[in-house]
Design a protein around this ligand. Sequence first.
Ligand SMILES: *Cc1c(COP(=O)(O)O)cnc(C)c1O
Length: 363
Amino acid sequence: MDTVRAAAPQLAGLVPYDPKYLPAEALLSANESPTDIPPAVREQVRAALARLELNRYPDPLANGLRDAIAAANGLRREQVLVGNGGDELLFDLALAWGGPGRAFLNLPPTFSVYAANARLTGTRVVDVARTDGYAIDEDAVLARVARGDIDFVVVTSPNNPTGACAPLGLIERLLQATDALVLVDEAYCEFAGTTALPLLEAHENLALLRTFSKAYALAGVRLGYVLAHEGVISELAKVRQPYSVDAVSQVIGRVVLENRAAFQPAIDAIVAERGRVTAALAAMDGVEPYPSDANWVLFRLEGTGGPTAATAAAAWEYLYDQGVLVRDFSSAFMLEGCLRATIGTAEQNDALLAALGRFLESA
Ligand SMILES: *Cc1c(COP(=O)(O)O)cnc(C)c1O
């Protein structure tokens, strides 16, 4: 054959995920931790890895790590599932609760991976857009789930890329209004200091997603987990890739979790810098930052005739030329003119603010 038949029809129009990562002095585009794990923790990782038998398959469900995560959250092993990053678990959710004839309720603008997973699995995507300030439109969401055809919902809290948490009261009212599975994506909850975990006991349709990639500085390792009722976890376990969490990652996750108190100073520093960067952006003419509970700030650039994608794209380019890589959302739905800057070290944040100031002066 000199041709190949077409791939599955649901792939038409999809593009591979592209974080638009480029080398730069200040990497403020991917919401990573600006600092690596503390040296004393790294030393423990090294010692633990030295004892690992690499010729053996890992524990398929990572039960040692599951137990440690369960204990840290006051739960049992059966209420925890570990995945190859939160992203794998988001795909598992679409496989297990989506599919042809089923529907996913999306709350854009939000993390683009949810809708992409739905399309891949042949799941219908129902959008309920956020309001002007990016709050969830609670009345519209409750009215939409009342129709009874929604199979799962993702509530991102804090919401990426807009920044704010969903109010716990809203999550609770949603859980009461529907039997759809409600996944609260808490990838950044450590920077917000809040979690929907207290709602888990009373609501069988709640699941929480967490990751080691952000506050625990392990984006390179690929570890995430879901907390949910046993019945939800056992459905997700059916679609999961058997050995997706390798032995090296399991060991690193356990050491980092045991030492989680050592990460708190870095988390506190990010929260303090977030306040400083937000205030500095708000003081700039033509820049409107959105309040953030996470480790980044989304801000809108006003062009001469209102916010324009062109102004933001020019600002992105200028910042990149100055060694500062941020994420350009300026052509995305409801995010016209917006850039997202991850909170870095104080020096990196100063570099961002200084470069943006120079751009605004020259514009
Ligand atoms: C980063 C992120 C995740 C998970 O990332 P992993 O690195 O795959 O664990 C999940 N949800 C949101 C909203 C994120 O930003």
